[in-house]
Design a protein around this ligand. Sequence first.
Ligand SMILES: [Zn+2]
Length: 206
Amino acid sequence: MFEDYEIIDLSPELVPGHEDRRLAIRPFIFEENHTTMHDIDMMSHVGVHVEAPFHYKEDLKGVSELPLSIFFGDGLCIDVSGAGKAGAITPNTLLESNRSGGVKPGDIVLLHSDFLGQDVPYISRECAEFLSNLPIKMLGIDNSIRLEQPGGMATHDSLLRKDIPLIERLANLDKVKGKRFLFFGFPLRIKGLDSSPIRAVALVRK
Ligand SMILES: [Zn+2]
Protein backbone atom coordinates (compact mmCIF):
# COMPACT_ATOMS: atom_id res chain seq x y z
CA MET A 1 0.00 0.00 0.00
CA PHE A 2 2.88 2.39 0.73
CA GLU A 3 5.23 1.48 -2.14
CA ASP A 4 4.27 4.72 -3.92
CA TYR A 5 5.59 6.77 -1.01
CA GLU A 6 9.02 7.99 0.03
CA ILE A 7 9.61 7.67 3.79
CA ILE A 8 11.20 10.78 5.34
CA ASP A 9 12.41 10.49 8.92
CA LEU A 10 11.69 13.75 10.77
CA SER A 11 13.30 12.51 14.03
CA PRO A 12 17.11 12.67 14.36
CA GLU A 13 18.87 9.90 16.28
CA LEU A 14 19.34 10.83 19.94
CA VAL A 15 22.64 9.99 21.62
CA PRO A 16 22.41 9.42 25.40
CA GLY A 17 24.80 11.71 27.26
CA HIS A 18 25.16 14.08 24.31
CA GLU A 19 21.79 15.82 24.25
CA ASP A 20 21.12 19.27 25.71
CA ARG A 21 18.26 17.72 27.72
CA ARG A 22 18.47 14.78 30.11
CA LEU A 23 18.65 11.40 28.38
CA ALA A 24 20.48 8.56 30.09
CA ILE A 25 20.21 4.81 29.57
CA ARG A 26 21.59 2.10 31.80
CA PRO A 27 21.69 -1.54 30.69
CA PHE A 28 20.96 -4.40 33.03
CA ILE A 29 20.49 -8.13 32.72
CA PHE A 30 16.91 -9.31 33.24
CA GLU A 31 17.49 -12.23 35.57
CA GLU A 32 14.53 -14.35 34.49
CA ASN A 33 16.00 -15.13 31.06
CA HIS A 34 19.37 -13.32 30.97
CA THR A 35 18.37 -10.88 28.27
CA THR A 36 19.45 -7.23 28.15
CA MET A 37 17.07 -4.46 29.16
CA HIS A 38 17.57 -0.76 29.96
CA ASP A 39 16.51 1.75 32.53
CA ILE A 40 15.77 5.06 30.80
CA ASP A 41 16.00 8.43 32.52
CA MET A 42 14.81 11.19 30.26
CA MET A 43 12.86 14.43 30.13
CA SER A 44 9.53 14.14 28.37
CA HIS A 45 10.71 16.96 26.07
CA VAL A 46 13.82 15.24 24.69
CA GLY A 47 14.28 15.25 20.91
CA VAL A 48 11.21 15.42 18.72
CA HIS A 49 8.28 15.38 21.12
CA VAL A 50 4.56 16.04 21.18
CA GLU A 51 3.16 18.30 23.89
CA ALA A 52 -0.29 17.51 25.25
CA PRO A 53 -2.60 20.09 26.88
CA PHE A 54 -1.48 18.91 30.37
CA HIS A 55 1.93 20.48 29.63
CA TYR A 56 0.27 23.90 29.69
CA LYS A 57 -2.36 23.43 32.43
CA GLU A 58 -2.54 20.65 35.02
CA ASP A 59 -6.27 20.05 34.63
CA LEU A 60 -6.03 19.44 30.87
CA LYS A 61 -5.45 16.15 29.02
CA GLY A 62 -2.19 14.17 29.04
CA VAL A 63 -0.78 12.27 26.06
CA SER A 64 -2.66 9.04 26.83
CA GLU A 65 -6.02 10.82 27.05
CA LEU A 66 -6.05 12.19 23.50
CA PRO A 67 -7.58 10.09 20.68
CA LEU A 68 -5.06 8.18 18.57
CA SER A 69 -6.53 9.75 15.40
CA ILE A 70 -4.94 13.12 16.31
CA PHE A 71 -1.41 11.81 15.89
CA PHE A 72 -1.51 10.88 12.21
CA GLY A 73 -3.10 12.17 9.05
CA ASP A 74 -2.80 14.70 6.25
CA GLY A 75 0.21 16.94 6.79
CA LEU A 76 1.87 19.83 5.03
CA CYS A 77 5.03 21.82 5.62
CA ILE A 78 4.88 25.56 5.02
CA ASP A 79 8.02 27.66 4.44
CA VAL A 80 7.35 30.83 6.43
CA SER A 81 10.67 32.58 5.67
CA GLY A 82 8.54 35.40 4.27
CA ALA A 83 7.88 36.50 7.87
CA GLY A 84 11.43 37.90 7.81
CA LYS A 85 14.30 37.94 10.29
CA ALA A 86 12.83 37.59 13.83
CA GLY A 87 9.48 38.55 12.26
CA ALA A 88 5.89 37.65 13.09
CA ILE A 89 4.31 34.72 11.27
CA THR A 90 0.77 35.85 10.47
CA PRO A 91 -2.16 34.10 8.77
CA ASN A 92 -1.06 36.02 5.65
CA THR A 93 2.44 34.52 5.83
CA LEU A 94 0.85 31.08 5.63
CA LEU A 95 -1.20 32.04 2.56
CA GLU A 96 1.62 33.81 0.70
CA SER A 97 4.21 31.11 1.15
CA ASN A 98 2.06 28.03 0.87
CA ARG A 99 2.55 26.06 -2.33
CA SER A 100 0.60 23.05 -1.08
CA GLY A 101 -2.99 24.14 -1.52
CA GLY A 102 -3.67 26.04 1.68
CA VAL A 103 -4.24 24.88 5.24
CA LYS A 104 -7.41 22.85 5.60
CA PRO A 105 -9.34 21.93 8.75
CA GLY A 106 -7.89 18.71 10.18
CA ASP A 107 -4.41 19.25 8.70
CA ILE A 108 -1.21 18.57 10.62
CA VAL A 109 0.70 21.80 9.94
CA LEU A 110 4.51 21.91 10.11
CA LEU A 111 6.33 25.26 9.88
CA HIS A 112 9.91 25.83 8.71
CA SER A 113 12.05 28.88 7.83
CA ASP A 114 15.52 29.61 6.48
CA PHE A 115 16.51 31.44 9.69
CA LEU A 116 18.55 30.22 12.66
CA GLY A 117 19.40 31.27 16.21
CA GLN A 118 18.15 34.69 17.32
CA ASP A 119 16.84 35.46 13.82
CA VAL A 120 14.04 32.90 13.74
CA PRO A 121 10.49 34.16 13.19
CA TYR A 122 7.78 33.59 15.79
CA ILE A 123 4.14 32.53 15.61
CA SER A 124 1.91 35.56 16.20
CA ARG A 125 -1.22 35.43 18.34
CA GLU A 126 -3.33 36.00 15.20
CA CYS A 127 -1.70 33.02 13.50
CA ALA A 128 -2.20 30.75 16.55
CA GLU A 129 -5.86 31.77 16.72
CA PHE A 130 -6.33 31.27 12.97
CA LEU A 131 -4.96 27.72 13.21
CA SER A 132 -6.95 26.83 16.34
CA ASN A 133 -10.18 28.16 14.84
CA LEU A 134 -9.91 26.10 11.62
CA PRO A 135 -9.19 23.85 13.60
CA ILE A 136 -6.01 22.06 12.58
CA LYS A 137 -5.11 18.68 14.17
CA MET A 138 -1.54 19.39 15.30
CA LEU A 139 1.10 22.12 14.85
CA GLY A 140 4.77 21.18 14.48
CA ILE A 141 7.95 23.26 14.30
CA ASP A 142 11.72 22.84 14.16
CA ASN A 143 14.42 25.10 15.59
CA SER A 144 13.93 27.59 12.75
CA ILE A 145 10.66 28.77 14.32
CA ARG A 146 9.85 30.21 17.74
CA LEU A 147 6.54 28.92 19.05
CA GLU A 148 5.82 32.10 21.00
CA GLN A 149 6.45 35.81 20.78
CA PRO A 150 9.10 36.42 23.48
CA GLY A 151 7.28 36.60 26.82
CA GLY A 152 3.98 35.32 25.37
CA MET A 153 2.06 32.04 25.63
CA ALA A 154 -0.61 32.65 22.98
CA THR A 155 0.27 29.57 20.89
CA HIS A 156 0.19 27.22 23.89
CA ASP A 157 -3.00 28.88 25.08
CA SER A 158 -4.93 28.88 21.76
CA LEU A 159 -3.95 25.40 20.63
CA LEU A 160 -3.51 23.27 23.75
CA ARG A 161 -6.78 24.50 25.28
CA LYS A 162 -8.50 23.08 22.18
CA ASP A 163 -6.70 19.72 22.40
CA ILE A 164 -4.43 20.59 19.45
CA PRO A 165 -1.00 19.17 20.39
CA LEU A 166 2.29 20.92 19.57
CA ILE A 167 5.32 19.13 18.13
CA GLU A 168 8.80 20.58 18.76
CA ARG A 169 12.35 19.94 17.55
CA LEU A 170 11.43 18.31 14.23
CA ALA A 171 14.29 17.61 11.79
CA ASN A 172 14.63 17.37 7.99
CA LEU A 173 11.76 19.78 7.32
CA ASP A 174 13.75 21.20 4.37
CA LYS A 175 13.03 17.87 2.66
CA VAL A 176 9.25 18.29 2.95
CA LYS A 177 8.76 22.07 2.76
CA GLY A 178 6.10 23.10 0.27
CA LYS A 179 4.79 19.54 0.15
CA ARG A 180 1.79 17.57 1.34
CA PHE A 181 2.29 14.13 2.89
CA LEU A 182 0.96 11.62 5.38
CA PHE A 183 2.31 12.38 8.83
CA PHE A 184 2.74 9.97 11.74
CA GLY A 185 3.96 10.86 15.24
CA PHE A 186 2.64 8.71 18.07
CA PRO A 187 3.36 9.41 21.75
CA LEU A 188 3.98 6.66 24.30
CA ARG A 189 0.74 5.66 26.02
CA ILE A 190 1.78 6.46 29.57
CA LYS A 191 -0.85 7.70 32.02
CA GLY A 192 -0.16 11.09 33.61
CA LEU A 193 2.49 12.19 31.06
CA ASP A 194 2.44 15.81 29.83
CA SER A 195 4.44 15.18 26.65
CA SER A 196 6.25 12.34 24.94
CA PRO A 197 9.07 11.78 22.48
CA ILE A 198 7.74 10.62 19.09
CA ARG A 199 9.20 9.09 15.95
CA ALA A 200 7.96 11.66 13.44
CA VAL A 201 7.63 10.39 9.88
CA ALA A 202 6.38 11.90 6.62
CA LEU A 203 5.26 9.69 3.75
CA VAL A 204 5.54 11.73 0.54
CA ARG A 205 3.96 10.43 -2.65
CA LYS A 206 6.71 9.72 -5.23
ZN1 LIG B 1 8.60 20.86 24.77
